[in-house]
Write a protein that binds this ligand. Structure first.
Ligand SMILES: NC(=O)c1ccc[n+]([C@@H]2O[C@H](COP(=O)([O-])OP(=O)(O)OC[C@H]3O[C@@H](n4cnc5c(N)ncnc54)[C@H](O)[C@@H]3O)[C@@H](O)[C@H]2O)c1
Length: 257
């Protein structure tokens, strides 16, 4: 008797925000490899188009959505485009986030604070708000908010970022409780520091980021986007069917000491 090999996300339709780069890109690629149709939503449309093209060229199914998640009409349009193109939505990954300048609170501009909240938190709220009716209509699904280990512990000079990521932990718990009877699960996925271009906002180069920031992780290095994507596949698939309202830390041990 042969064992049938099926992708873990066969038949699923996913929207991934922030899919144009880094962790979101890796999640989009991993979902497509597991059989999902993927809408790659990003404010950087060219980047989203490249990711979608790469998936399609490899035999997967993807589309790009031009979307600033902090704008209600664009968040709604991205969901609509996905439903029209792929027939529904069963997985939503909210990964879009801005880089907020390093500063103590009194030196952070009001505008930078408001942008961090608008993209990182309100963006997730909007995507969930507009996707939820479709998740329900399709019989359920999984919502994954990309938070951070810095949603649990703080670090100097990043108060706004930490506050937005802490907010996502509570957002997922509330969603989980409101929708668990509808077979809709909601969790956060919290990476430790990962080797993406985000590191280059803070460090001169990736080598310095590895040496300085990687060393803060007991494992002794930065994570790779694919290591976070593997956890995102788990949270989207039936393997995590008894998991909702919680936070999955994939942080190289950062919060263990
Ligand atoms: N890299 C890390 O060390 C790390 C650690 C913990 C958590 N995270 C989180 O993981 C997620 C991805 O981070 P990354 O390192 O891959 O970052 P990245 O900068 O490589 O990718 C972020 C993507 O989000 C998009 N984006 C930004 N603003 C947007 C908006 N308003 N609407 C739509 N898209 C928008 C960008 O264009 C980009 O493609 C973020 O939520 C981040 O906070 C990253």
């Amino acid at each position: 008797m042969g064992i049938e090999q099926k992708g873990k996300l066969e038949g699923q339709t996913a929207i991934v925000t922030g899919a144009g780069n880094g962790i979101g890109r890796a999640i989009a690629m991993a979902y497509a490899a597991e059989g999902a149709a993927v809408a790659c939503a990003d404010i950087a449309m060219e980047d989203a188009e490249k990711v979608a093209a790469e998936i399609n060229a490899g035999g997967g199914r993807a589309m790009a959505c031009d979307c600033d998640v902090s704008r209600p009409e664009q968040a709604e349009a991205a969901v609509k485009q996905t439903v029209e193109g792929f027939g529904g939505v069963s997985v939503l990954v909210c990964g879009a986030a801005v880089f907020t300048p390093m500063a103590t609170l009194e030196h952070l501009s009001v505008e930078d604070w408001q942008t961090a909240m608008a993209v990182n938190v309100t963006g997730a709220f909007l995507m969930c708000k507009f996707a939820l009716p479709h998740l329900r209509q399709g019989g359920g699904g999984s919502i994954i908010l990309i938070a951070s280990q810095l949603g649990r512990v703080a670090t100097a000079g990043q108060t706004a970022y930490c506050a937005t990521k802490g907010a996502l932990l509570q957002l997922a718990k509330g969603l989980a409780l409101d929708h668990c009877q509808e077979n809709i699960r909601a969790n956060t996925l919290s990476p430790g520091a990962v080797a993406t271009r985000r590191m280059l906002n803070r460090f001169d180069d990736m080598e310095t980021a590895q040496r300085v920031w990687g060393a803060k992780h007991p494992i002794g290095r930065l994570g790779e986007p694919e290591e976070i994507a593997a956890a995102a596949v788990f949270l989207a698939s039936a393997d995590s069917s008894f998991m909702t309202g919680t936070d999955l830390l994939v942080d190289g041990g950062y919060t263990a000491w």
